[in-house]
Design a protein around this ligand. Structure first.
Ligand SMILES: Cc1cc2nc3c(=O)[nH]c(=O)nc-3n(C[C@H](O)[C@H](O)[C@H](O)COP(=O)(O)O)c2cc1C
Length: 302
């Protein structure tokens, strides 16, 4: 409900001038809602709009949105065409491979989207029925790449390392790779990939892309600073939910992680950060895979 001025939705699309170009994803089973949201985004200066056709959640699918749109291809194409006609900014689509193993409509949809002027599609290589289970079907993504002429297809799913990203490119022939959970596990994955690209092109110096302890601490501090700018007095409470993630990622000693989970002021945050710096290396760093929650179990109950 972006156009209604609903506080929570506006908060989700809050941004800064550095965060450009920025496209916002919207979802609905109703064309008029999508158009209203897209026009509002265009008026606010956002540079693109992405339609969610991949969400597997029952509450989104029940109203005809998300992955449900992939079940009725004519309807989906009509809807996207009307949206493209209503805005000047590029329209992209995020999809799964299809509803389930027997209805993999992504190649057909991608070909039709190209015809009507969709700027790019991103494919999560699972069906809606799979939820987040099983492995990503790169063959399925390749079929989407082969179904279009020149529209960029961005491949997505289970890319956690630089090698995964390059394997995805090689196996699917995609134009780019979208990284979700892998970026949360390793926020430095993008520069690692850039480094590999530059090294392969022999323009890079092969520098080590692992973040230094100082850089990791700057990341933590900057995260809190930005939250303060955006959320003011709520920032301490909101930041606490990242304590476990930082604890694992940066190897923060358990007692300090515990303090990060309870701190109540910026002054206390600064004291904790100083202490973390002083005691760096006390706790072995782990990959915080277990902290990445995905919707689980029968998709009807999400
Ligand atoms: C908690 C959670 C929320 C997500 N929300 C969205 C969403 O709002 N829109 C969307 O297109 N994909 C959403 N996704 C799916 C991801 O964009 C991505 O397609 C999926 O996680 C597979 O890629 P990954 O292995 O790189 O994470 C979400 C995934 C997770 C785990």
């Amino acid at each position: 409900m972006l156009w209604s001025g609903h506080g929570r939705s506006r908060e989700l699309v809050a941004t800064t001038p550095e965060d450009r170009p920025l496209s916002v994803q919207i979802f609905s089973g109703r064309t008029e809602d999508l158009i209203r949201a897209a026009v509002w985004l265009q008026e606010q200066g956002y540079e693109g709009v992405d339609i969610n056709m991949g969400c597997p959640m029952a509450k989104v699918n029940g109203s005809g949105g998300g992955a449900r749109l992939m079940c009725s291809t004519d309807n989906a194409v009509r809807m996207v065409e009307q949206l493209i006609g209503a805005v000047r900014i590029p329209v992209t689509v995020k999809m799964r491979l299809g509803w389930d193993a027997t209805t993999q409509t992504a190649p057909e949809l991608a070909a039709a989207f190209e015809q009507i002027g969709v700027a790019a599609v991103t494919i999560h290589g699972r069906t809606r029925a799979q939820g987040f289970h099983g492995s990503v079907n790169r063959d399925g993504i390749r079929q989407v790449v082969q179904a279009v002429r020149s529209m960029p297809v961005i491949a997505n799913g289970d890319v956690r390392t630089v090698d995964d990203a390059f394997q995805m490119l090689q196996d699917t022939g995609c134009a780019g790779v979208a990284i979700g959970r892998g970026a949360m596990l390793d926020p430095w994955i993008f520069r690692r990939i850039r480094q590999r690209v530059q090294t392969d092109a022999e323009t890079g110096d092969g520098a080590n892309t692992d973040p230094s302890p100082d850089e990791q601490m700057q990341f933590l501090e900057q995260h809190f600073e930005l939250m303060q700018q955006q959320h003011a007095e709520r920032s301490c409470v909101l930041f606490r939910k990242f304590a476990a993630w930082y604890g694992c990622t940066l190897g923060i000693p358990e007692d300090l992680e515990d303090r990060l989970r309870r701190f109540e002021s910026a002054a206390e945050f600064a004291r904790i950060v100083n202490e973390i710096r002083r005691r760096h290396g006390e706790r072995a760093r782990q990959v915080p895979t277990a902290l990445l929650k995905v919707p689980n179990g029968p998709v009807e109950h999400w």
